[in-house]
Ligand binder design. Structure first.
Ligand SMILES: [Zn+2]
Ligand SMILES: [Zn+2]
Length: 118
């Protein structure tokens, strides 16, 4: 299993279709869900080891296990999509608890969120 930094590196290299050189490289990637531009910087040691990855977004662990640094388990997301993925998890668990599926929900796309009432 690669280190988290090296897993992030592999994830980025796959998306960008390139191999990072040793040293510091700036790059522009994208959110793998909505396509929003995500800028970042990566530092790779002379031993070809990624030791710092900074991105204007977040790497999400698909299986929810933060110890699973398989590059296939990581997706680069913008902050909004990452938040929504986790909110979607809450909705899915709620549906399961109610014995419903997403098809049982009415169209709520015009509804607003109120914090002190309905
Ligand atoms: Zn996004
Ligand atoms: Zn996540």
């Amino acid at each position: 299993m690669p280190s988290l930094c090296n897993a992030k590196r592999e994830c980025l290299e796959k998306q960008l279709g390139l191999k990072f050189e040793k040293g510091v490289t700036k790059f522009v990637a994208k959110c793998e869900f909505c396509g929003k531009k995500i800028e970042g910087t990566i530092r790779i040691s002379k031993y070809n080891n990624a030791w710092q990855v900074n991105v204007n977004g977040q790497f999400h662990h698909l299986d929810g296990n933060h110890d699973n640094n398989d590059p296939e388990n990581l997706v680069l997301l913008c902050y909004t999509c990452h938040k929504r993925f986790h909110q979607w998890g809450v909705i899915q668990r709620w549906l399961k608890k109610c014995g419903k599926t997403v098809d049982d929900l009415p169209d709520c796309s015009s509804l607003k969120v109120y914090f002190n009432g309905y």
